[in-house]
Design a protein around this ligand. Structure first.
Ligand code: PRP
Ligand code: MG
Length: 212
């Protein structure tokens, strides 16, 4: 029997809420710890636990049919991938921040500045649209430490509660975009899997309605 393949975040903030929404849809997943793949007992579905940043490529290649992923990741790496439904959880912003003690007038202040980020395309698009050119340093994690160690003048990263910025003596000065978890679909999904997606989507919509 055909099974629909869904990617969800392996570990991190989306993981728990992604599994919860499947559970609320009545889909039980046999979750062996440290397993990268799991199946459902009561819905023709296979779960692949992947790293966030890899998911857009897996969707593009049709390795997975659908994914629960942060919209911010799609905007950075997968703006060719379609969104089926916004899921209402894991809300965050992608923002530019500078040291608390620094002055700030406008986005023009970023001209020629060194910005550490894991979201180079997002920053580049945003600043270009404002006619600003900065010097981007791409790092994959713990971005907020960069100004403290002299690696950058500013950072661009996800802001959720704001506590990481606060702990690192940074202040948010520009919100580039807001994001939440979404259900995304591969451009290569088969007709058989599309039928399963329709079933799942119907259940998800009911769950979202009940959560309101
Ligand atoms: C994310 C993000 C920010 C932080 C924002 O990092 O990169 O650093 O969360 O959340 P907050 O506003 O609630 O503090 P995460 O802890 O997921 O780890 P990583 O940066 O190493 O991937
Ligand atoms: Mg972080």
């Amino acid at each position: 029997m055909n099974k629909i393949k869904i990617a969800i975040q392996k570990s991190g903030r989306l993981n728990v809420d992604s599994l919860q929404i499947l559970k609320d849809c009545g889909i039980s997943i046999d979750n062996g710890k440290d397993q990268l793949k799991a199946s459902s007992r009561n819905f023709p579905l296979e779960v692949f636990y992947l790293r966030n940043g890899d998911i857009p490529q897996y969707l593009r290649d049709g390795v997975v049919d659908i994914a629960i992923i942060g919209e911010n990741v799609l905007i950075e790496k997968g703006n060719d991938i379609s969104i089926v439904e916004k899921l209402g959880f894991s809300k965050c912003k992608v923002s530019l921040a500078i040291p608390k003690s620094a002055n700030y007038n406008s986005v023009k202040d970023f001209q020629g500045k060194r910005i550490a980020t894991s979201y180079p395309n997002t920053v580049d698009n945003y600043l270009s649209s404002k006619g600003v050119k900065a010097d981007l340093h791409i790092i994959t994690g713990s971005v907020e430490i960069a100004p403290n160690i002299g690696l950058a003048d500013a950072i661009c990263d996800i802001v959720s509660s704001g506590s990481t910025l606060f702990k690192n003596n940074l202040k948010e000065v520009e919100v580039m975009l807001t994001s939440e978890a979404v259900l995304a679909v591969s451009p290569k999904i088969s007709p058989e899997s599309t039928l399963l997606l329709d079933k799942l989507h119907f259940r998800i919509k009911s769950v979202l309605l009940a959560r309101k």
